[in-house]
Design a protein around this ligand. Structure first.
Ligand code: BGC
Length: 746
């Protein structure tokens, strides 16, 4: 049946009920009309389909979580992951998977960082688009979340997030924008928080003007679970579906508002239409469960989870101790070697189909190796345990090398709360320091969802950041430790030396109760550390390999262009080592001269390439206007300033050996508007307007311009009388008018 026909048959009550879920995981279906129900489930790095028994979900593959996936820098991998997730949704009758989550990592303390990809929107948006493409290829929808500026857990349902327009546009919105424009998720999830005074779930500017009007979003907007404050306002703003269902207040408010005329029925009809469209789309795209047996499906996906995990782990440091030899002896230390932490807590927590235990996988991977084990700490007490540490030291000293499994226990990070510091438990720190003292070949393998402080970096031989890498964590760690997999992950976030170095430090989690101001503006992550030249522990983009890469050349297809044209940049690199490996070429843009403060450089493109020993590859990147632009809040548009830009290429934000320069001209220069408040410098710096100003000042009796010019620059035109000029209000108005006529463009 046509949607318009269904709509005409629905009562006001039925319409209101359709815009609220039937329960926690289903949309409603009115009795009078046959509308298929839509089943939604979390997301994002695995399927969490609740069974109905409280706290229980059906088993599914637990893939690496968001922060690990971010470190892959590989959209192809994310698309493959998406397809597998889509298959599992098909197997379990789920129509919409609640992911991906693309919020920017503003502070390492956000409890949910493990679900998010990056501190950079170019990386987060590209990966999210690939994930969405993969899932939706399977006829299953996605929900891009949490829209927007939801970057902490403290007070997440009520906090008002104050972000200026430029920062929003440059940092917190583009990952959503890319995902919407490139992949059209079936749904978008409105976040819990308020944004500049208005709840995201009632924010018309966000949900309608921007999302649909500017970006062309075609799907449905649902609320995060419990994010609705005033349902009728939400309808007017474009929030189509309230989730979860079960509360009568929402529909009642809608009905009352329509009846008393404060909400138009057309607005309600628009939301109902989108709920019906989603139901029809889900039914039309629904594919049968995969033909494979569940055992075959999950075995295949376990192998994929391992492949992805191997791509995501980041080798932070290596003095040559890794890869480990498969003969001799090895001490494996730390409770995490037996009880690995492979995912975070909260709505994304998966009931895994299997779990690879690192200690067992190490033994399996190297049967000739004598492996000893010592727990070193327990997961129940964070205080250093001298007896366990002494035993671990003894075990380590007796072996050829030691691998310590450490990181953040479950209680340290989860959805629902933020961390208050960046430290791992003291029991882990003390253990690492003691073992490293006794054994010169000490490797630390970390499991955590977000950066931690590492006071022992200098004392250990190697550090492998394995993040929360899913159910195949153990086998992937073993493969990298022994070198059957070559590490290729790159940090999608900066690891600061200490928490206080982070730019949001003074305004995280809140600025005052129920309010947070993003005072660091666009200077988030490497955008801040690079610009302010703050030394970091490990920079954004960093990650080592067992082979080496050399960046040979960078070329641009032109030296000069307008911002309507696209620049093509070609970067050539070579695998100069003796084994195959994967490198991520990162391309940053640096504006050489800007009238406003801009980050030292910004990531604009990247590509992950696999190279055999001695092999060379040339990768090309198209760069268009947005790569050079900043968001001009006054003009409410993207602006490119005329001038020279450097294009920097390399394997990390801190190592960009290649550089090319191009000059970019705005195709349409911005009109320059003079008012009484315009600074004198703006008229003085252009020959045509300077002539007008000079004539005015001379007529007004101000004849010592050469002496006063510097001081005068910073004065608004209305204050010229302070330099001895005598004029009337009419004459000043006349000056402003003449300046505006003289120059229409700057
Ligand atoms: C989370 C969402 C999740 C939803 C349903 C909320 O608390 O913020 O990410 O999809 O619950 O579980």
């Amino acid at each position: 049946m046509e949607i318009s026909e269904i709509l005409s048959k629905l009562t006001l009550e039925e319409k209101a009920r359709l815009c609220t879920g039937a329960d926690a995981w289903h949309t409603a279906c009115p009795q009078s009309i046959s509308v298929p129900q839509v089943t939604v489930s979390d997301g994002p790095h695995g399927l969490r389909r609740e069974t109905g028994v409280p706290g229980e979900s059906a088993s599914a593959t637990c893939f690496p979580s968001g922060s690990a996936l971010g470190a892959s820098w590989d959209p192809n991998l994310l698309e493959e992951l998406g397809e597998a997730l889509g298959e599992e949704c098909r197997a379990q009758g789920v129509d919409v998977l609640l992911g991906p989550a693309v919020n920017i990592k503003r502070s390492p303390l956000c409890g949910r960082n493990f679900e998010y990809y990056a501190e950079d929107p170019c990386l987060a948006g590209t990966l999210a688009a690939a994930y969405i493409r993969g899932v939706q290829k399977q006829g299953v929808g996605t929900s891009l979340k949490h829209f927007a500026a939801n970057n902490k857990e403290t007070g997440r349902l009520t906090t008002d997030t104050a972000v200026d327009a430029r920062t929003l546009r440059e940092l917190y919105l583009p990952a959503f924008e890319t995902a919407v424009k490139e992949a059209q998720p079936w749904t978008v999830m409105a976040a819990y928080n308020r944004l500049n005074g208005t709840y995201c779930a009632e924010n018309k500017r966000l949900l309608t003007d921007l999302l649909r009007g500017e970006w062309g979003f075609q799907g449905l907007v649902m609320s995060d679970w419990g994010a609705v404050s005033d349902r009728d306002r939400g309808i007017a703003a474009g929030l189509d579906l309230e989730m979860p269902g079960g509360c009568a207040i929402g529909p009642q408010k809608i009905i009352r508002a329509v009846q008393n005329g404060t909400l138009s029925e057309e607005a309600l009809d628009r939301c109902v239409t989108r709920v019906l469209e989603l139901a029809q789309k889900a039914a039309a795209h629904k594919k049968p469960a995969p033909a494979k047996t569940p055992e075959a499906l999950y075995a295949q996906h376990h192998a994929l989870a391992r492949k992805i995990a191997e791509h995501c782990m980041v080798l932070l440091k290596n003095d040559g101790t890794l890869p480990l030899r498969k003969t001799g002896s090895l001490a494996v230390i730390g409770e995490f070697a037996k009880t690995p932490r492979c995912q975070g807590g909260g709505s994304s927590h998966i009931h895994p189909t299997a779990l690879d235990v690192p200690l067992e996988e190490i033994r399996k991977a190297a049967p000739q190796l004598t492996v000893s084990y010592s727990e070193g700490y327990t997961l129940t007490d964070d205080r250093p345990d001298e007896v366990r540490i002494a035993a671990a030291v003894q075990t380590a000293a007796a072996a050829d090398a030691a691998v310590i499994f450490a990181g953040l226990p479950d209680a340290y990070e989860s959805e629902g709360f933020d961390r208050s510091h960046m430290r791992i438990p003291e029991s882990h720190n003390a253990l690492i320091q003691a073992v490293a003292h006794a054994q010169k070949n000490t490797v630390v393998v970390l499991s955590n969802g977000s950066p931690v402080e590492m006071p022992w970096t200098e004392q250990v031989s190697a550090i492998l950041e394995s993040y929360l890498c899913g159910q195949a964590t153990g086998s992937a760690q073993a493969a990298i430790l022994f070198g059957s997999a070559n590490p290729c992950g790159k940090l999608a976030e900066t690891f600061p030396r200490k928490l206080q170095d982070n730019p949001s430090y003074l305004n995280f989690p809140i600025t005052s109760p129920d309010f947070v101001a993003y005072r660091e503006s666009v200077f988030v992550g490497y955008r801040y550390y690079d610009t302010k030249q703050v030394p970091v522990c490990f920079p954004f983009g960093h990650g080592l390999s067992y082979t080496t890469f050399s960046y040979l050349s960078i070329e641009t297809d032109r030296a000069e262009l307008t911002d309507r044209e696209t620049l093509t940049v070609r970067v050539t690199l070579k695998n100069t080592g003796s084994r195959a490996g994967r490198e991520t070429v990162q391309l940053y843009v640096h504006d050489m001269e800007s009238s406003i403060p801009r980050p030292e450089k910004e990531l604009r493109a990247f590509r992950s390439v696999e190279l055999q020993p001695g092999e060379e590859a040339t990768v090309s990147f198209p760069l268009s206007k947005r790569a050079f632009a900043y968001y001009d809040a006054a003009a409410q548009d993207w602006t490119v300033e005329d001038g020279v830009f450097q294009i920097l290429a390399g394997g990390s934000s801190a190592e960009t050996p290649l550089c090319a320069s191009v000059t970019v001209h705005p195709a349409e220069p911005r009109p320059h508007i003079f008012t009484r408040h315009t600074l004198t410098a703006e008229a003085w710096d252009k020959p045509a307007t300077r002539a007008v100003l000079k004539e005015f000042l001379t007529k007004a009796g101000c004849d010592n311009l050469h002496v006063q010019a510097d001081w005068m620059r910073d004065m608004p035109l209305r204050n010229l009388f302070m330099f001895g000029a005598v004029y009337t209000q009419e004459e000043l108005d006349q000056l402003v008018e003449t300046l505006n006529r003289t120059t229409t463009f700057c």
